[in-house]
Design a protein around this ligand. Structure first.
Ligand code: T3D
Length: 263
């Protein structure tokens, strides 16, 4: 039987998803993209999952779109790359951003093209010391996709975003952290354990509040201050009726550890 393109493992309340085409640096074929979306849907549907951890098998996170995939490889007929985005990358990027649990990326090596966009679209990004990010798109005549044009200027500002995207130079993990693209850089040998520990910590937290925080921050980017205050109030109102708020306050007052369970 052939290896799954996404290795899925349950570690308590954490669902570990590993991109699994190491010989091609986990480059995205349409099959891999479909399996990844299916794996995210499965995690979303499973109430026992409270955090997703995404990483790559082998020495890379992902080299982005597989350039030899018949879906895109130029041949006798030009290929409609926009269709690939519509059918695969857009649903994937949207689902990642709307998952009902937090998503941690453990970037274990190079993250290029859509691989970089996918990693940077996660809620918390950890990187190994030898990891790197490459906006490889311009080198093959394309623009950043899979959310790259939205994410990059917001994460690093327009000037740096354009420098990264236009030149496509390799950005080392330490430099990515200095720019604010990643939360933490860890020794390669410690990356997965540290990312798992962080994911377990998030899994024990009030999931609805974490996901609402992501949503509020994403929405606030489109709003003025007044509207952002009101959007916060709508979400806060909902959270205030939830079990986890009652539990959080009760635990604080009783000086005990909270037992969060909403999702
Ligand atoms: O049509 C569209 O493209 C639409 C979608 C666009 C979204 C995108 O993601 S566009 C960007 C696509 N990605 C790239 O352009 C990156 C291409 N890869 C590289 O530049 C380099 O491989 C890396 C800098 C990522 C890593 O370099 P290095 O020296 O560490 O490894 P390598 O020797 O280049 O690659 C190892 C193997 O992986 C090699 O195969 P081989 O020779 O051992 O059989 C290589 O061909 C394969 N590989 C790496 N990247 C890709 C790939 N195969 C297919 N597609 C790839 N993107």
């Amino acid at each position: 039987m052939s290896e799954p393109l996404i290795q899925s493992e349950s570690h308590g309340a954490v669902r570990l998803l590993r991109l699994n085409r190491p010989a091609a640096l986990n480059a995205f074929t349409t099959a891999l993209l479909s399996e990844l979306l299916d794996a995210l849907e499965a995690a979303a549907a499973d109430e026992s999952v409270r955090c997703v951890l995404l990483t790559g098998a082998g020495r890379a996170f992902s080299a982005g779109q597989d350039l030899s995939d018949p879906a895109v490889a130029p041949g006798t007929e030009p290929k409609d790359i926009g269709r690939l985005l519509d059918e695969h990358y857009i649903p994937l990027a949207l689902r990642l951003r709307s998952l009902p649990v937090p998503v941690v990326a453990a970037v274990n090596g190079v993250a290029a093209g859509a691989g970089a966009s996918l990693a940077l679209g996660c809620d918390l990004v950890l990187a190994g010391e030898s990891a790197s990010f490459i906006q490889a798109f311009a080198k093959i005549g394309l623009i950043p996709d899979c959310g790259g044009t939205w994410l990059l200027p917001r994460l690093v500002g327009r000037a740096k975003a354009l420098e990264l995207a236009l030149l496509g130079d390799k950005l080392k993990a330490a430099d990515a952290a200095a720019l604010g693209l990643v939360a933490r850089v860890l020794p390669d040998a410690e990356l997965l354990d540290a990312a798992m520990a962080l994911a377990q910590r998030l899994a024990a937290m009030p999931t609805q509040a974490l996901v609402a925080t992501r949503r509020a921050m994403d929405e606030a980017l489109k709003l003025d201050f007044d509207a952002a205050l009101r959007a916060e109030a709508v979400l806060q109102s909902r959270l205030g009726f939830a079990h986890d708020y009652q539990e959080g306050v009760a635990a604080f007052m009783a000086k005990r550890a909270p037992q969060f369970k909403d999702r």
